[in-house]
Design a protein around this ligand. Sequence first.
Ligand SMILES: [Zn+2]
Length: 463
Amino acid sequence: MLTIYNSLSKKKEEFKPIRPGEVKLYVCGMTVYDYCHIGHARTMMAFDLVNRYLRDQGYKVIYVRNVTDIDDKIIQRALDNGESTETLTQRFIKALEEDTQALGILAPDAEPKATDYVSEMIALIETLISEGLAYVGSTGDVYFDVLGFKSYGKLSHKNLEALHAGARIAIEEAKKTPLDFVLWKLSKPNEPTWSSPWGAGRPGWHTECVVMSRQALGQPFDIHGGGHDLKFPHHENEIAQAEGAYHQTFVNYWMHVGFVEVNQEKMSKSLHNFLTIRDALAKRKAEVLRYFLISSHYRSPVDYSMEALDGAESALDRLYGALRGLDLSNAAEHPIKSTEYENRFHAAMDDDFNTPEALAVLFDWAREINRIKSEDLSLAQALALRLKHKAAILGLLNDDPDHYFQNNSTQAIPLVEIERLIQDREQARSVKDWKKADEIRAELLTRKVIIEDGPTGTLWRYE
Ligand SMILES: [Zn+2]
């Protein structure tokens, strides 16, 4: 039984899709004016696992992740760069695609762009006005009237009175109350505009997700996700609009992903510890970064440091190490019953996508493969193949193990030379010339190549 922690109830709940066998999933995507940082990567990775696991469980998943291609930051950056907002956003949409592909994040089924849905957003705002939930403020912008939506605060579990009291100092004159949020913003000169019943302008950010999720998935739909920082006010504001306008539940399960910290500090541009996906990929293999991002539970904060990446790399080395020297293409001929490991793996994933626990199962499994390699090669191969299949659900161990260990473009020693030295060492060992064999091993080690003699022969890897 799959359980999901629902931010709405603050509890793990049994997952029951609206339509049996089908899951409708919406995740708030990127505002495309810069490269994605690893906090964005973590959110996209978390939902990549949700998507992959639900599909593995036989669900038909319809996964929508929007693209915010109009907002204040985009307009400002385009002005600073002296380019149009379209040129800017197209460039970063492409960068987003490259980054997510590098990390093995599966593309969503739909990636709607906000600017393609402006007329639908205008229609939603008109509905909100006719429902008495929105008003034109003194400056001409249109606002949502938060006090008119009685259950405002139910997702973030915030007390409305306390929120109002806290917000009073920051009151903006155009609004009735400080928590009211903008639905339609009149445009200034040189800004992209759309015509509307309230004048030329553009929609506020909180409106687009309501419109795009309803268009693609209907209302209600099953799972809505995003980063932890979107719970309030963004997701609270989405609920207020969708439920206020259409008088029905917006979403059944709300999922939120924890922050990424850098050396135990919040990642921010001002602290100079802002790390893009590209920066991280320049330091480590994509699969290592992937492993790092899923090695903590998606709801916990995760701390990025070079030590943490080293830890992820050696953990991944151990998993690949178990597969080395085994012929996985023949393993299918030795069917074995569903193992204890498979059951434990699924129990972990069914428990609110508990990836650290699922990875721990893979380690126990790898240890057993290593143990029986010398005793029963065919069983080891069969177990290894099953392990590889489960790891693939996490997007791991898709590489050929030899390629994984031997593919390191930063190493100076040519591959042919390594192989020649290893052959020389084999030759020395076969005539029991242990001195020479040891010398070759030492020479390889000075060039960061490690020799491992095992039950399946001699293997090598980079240090
Ligand atoms: Zn959103």
